[in-house]
Design a protein. Sequence first.
Length: 209
Amino acid sequence: MLKMAVLVSGGGTNLQAIIDGITNQTITNAGIDVVISNNRHAFALERARKHKIDAVCVSPKEYETRAAFNQALLETVDRYAVDLIVLAGCLVVLPEEMTEKYANRIINIHPSLIPAFCGKGFYGLKVHEEVLKRGVKVTGATCHFVDAGTDTGPIIFQKAVDVLPDDTPETLQKRVMKEAEWVIMPRAINAIANGKIEISGNRVVLKET
Ligand code: GAR
């Protein structure tokens, strides 16, 4: 059974997609042991409590230095002895100690087709604003392993979504979530939990059943 910590910052719709996947068994052999938020008011924490999952806030505001916050975050994750850290709308840049210690054991969902519209400064609604500004006709989401860079790790799954002529950042964000993020993140977790994924350099190889 794959033990997971899910790190969040906001509404937690991706967390909900994972919880639903476990409930309806599109995700098997995996469970969420803890949800950790840097933001005390994140609705994602409510979702966790509602499903009787430990909900913990580790906020940088409560620590004097970034190093102290980083240490507390790492200690909290370590305490749960998880196999996989899932970044589901987590807006914290993870400390290097964590990306090193949990190499190939952290995944992230990003709301674009990496390597487009990703990297430093590209998160949340901002991504969709930039997509519309540039006028691309197709966008989507990417689920990938996390390394020391920003959105640079091996790609597990991607799913494309059409940009429509009357899209606003908000309508596009919603469609990318529904059609892509909530589909590929649970799928990636299920593949990892069932031993279907191998990493070869910066490539993910899906193993046959
Ligand atoms: C999602 O769209 C996710 O892809 C994005 O934040 C949103 C969180 O929504 N993450 C990033 O931009 C990371 N670079 P949620 O809290 O409802 O899951």
